[in-house]
Write a protein that binds this ligand. Structure first.
Ligand SMILES: [Zn+2]
Length: 370
């Protein structure tokens, strides 16, 4: 349903405040206890209303068989207003991805892979000839409103014998294009300690709760470099994916008061259909299970996600922001949740999105079967 000028009556916010939200031409114009207006009203009753959810690590470009999906299969039907493709496309393939993304009902952005073709194969950074400075500069100039950062996948299967060289290159490129950078971690090399040393404040590490030896845990305790990363202001992102989320690792971090800044899914068609990802909210529910507060989980897919990628008009219910909303209810019912190590837990409390408002369209969602 098209909605451009309307008032959400008595929206229930996550701090339990009730407010009227006036939207004009798709922009939040007023927020107050009571707003008189001739515009149509929308009422979500006891469901919560948050800013539209943002998933900063997805694969929603379907050119390559290895990782890929379509924005509208992972986005608005699951309460996600904005999906960011994390490096499926590089400078050779960004034109095609941009053209595909234009028709999506979900907002779509790209973190440009520093390897020219993108993830055409698992080892896109094994050949250093695929690091092309001029091509990256050209792509970033051509698509300033689409390319919102750079992506470097710094793990053994991706790098081959390239060592830390691609990350040195990525950091150099970052200075030139002045954009956020997301670094994927996994099996060494690169060694986690090196990655932390090479990154700066506001750079993003994704796959932070992966269960691998080169992850954040050793002998059931957090490695010192995790605290160093926090001190430096490096942003920690979940990036669940097929292999990168362990309840045990997340819980050890939680018990040491190391929380993620951002929750993302690393979803693509296989882990969407077969699990363990399914959708963004299932990952959010796993963090709720670990012990995160609801407000923290919502902030991790709204405010913090927007800030990390400089989405100045998204991520908050505030005057002047774009009127993207996710409406959800809290359910007290048993659900099973499985991590990447096939550990299955039972949770008794979970988030269920019920409506999405994005690009001036209101969607009523089907019940998820997660
Ligand atoms: Zn990924």
């Amino acid at each position: 349903m098209q909605v451009e000028n309307y008032v959400i009556k008595q929206a229930r916010l996550i701090n339990e405040q009730r407010v009227d939200i006036l939207v004009e031409n798709g922009i939040i114009q007023d927020i107050a206890e009571h707003i008189e207006s001739s515009y149509e009203t929308v009422n979500f009753y006891d469901d919560y209303v948050s800013a539209g959810w943002i998933d900063i690590h997805t694969h929603c470009f379907d050119k390559f068989e290895i990782y890929g999906d379509q924005p509208d299969l992972i986005g608005y039907p699951h309460g996600v207003c904005t999906v960011v493709d994390a490096g499926t496309a590089g400078s050779d393939t960004i034109d095609e991805f941009y053209q595909q993304a234009l028709s999506a009902k979900t907002r779509v952005y790209s973190l440009l892979n520093i390897s020219s073709p993108g993830i055409y194969a698992q080892d896109e950074l094994a050949d250093l000839n695929r690091l092309n400075k001029e091509a990256i500069l050209k792509s970033c100039q051509k698509y300033p409103d689409f390319i919102v950062g750079l992506k470097a996948r710094m793990s053994k299967s991706v790098l081959g014998d390239s060592g830390n060289q691609p990350l040195v290159f990525a950091k150099e490129m970052q200075k030139l294009v002045n954009l956020p950078i997301m670094v994927h971690i996994g099996t060494a090399p690169s060694v986690l300690e090196d990655v932390v040393d090479m990154l700066d404040k506001d750079d993003i590490i994704t796959h932070i709760f992966n269960p691998k030896d080169n992850g954040i845990v050793k002998n059931r305790d957090l490695k010192a470099c995790v605290f160093k990363a926090k001190e430096k202001g490096i942003l920690l992102d979940v990036g669940h994916g097929t292999d990168s989320f362990s309840f045990e690792v997340a819980k050890i971090a939680f018990d040491k008061n190391v929380h993620v800044d951002i929750i993302s899914s690393d979803i693509y068609f296989r882990n969407r259909l077969n699990g363990p990802v399914y959708n963004l909210v299932t990952t959010m529910n796993k963090l709720l299970y670990i012990g995160y507060m609801l407000e923290e989980v919502i902030n991790a897919v709204t405010k913090n996600a927007a800030k990390a990628l400089h989405f100045n008009n998204l991520g908050e219910i505030a005057i002047g922001k774009i009127a993207d909303f996710t409406v959800f209810k809290m359910c007290s019912k048993d659900i099973k949740l499985m991590d990447s190590t096939h550990l299955e837990v039972k949770s008794h409390y979970y988030i269920q999105p019920t409506h999405t408002i994005v690009k001036n369209q209101l969607y009523q969602l089907e019940e998820e079967k997660s």
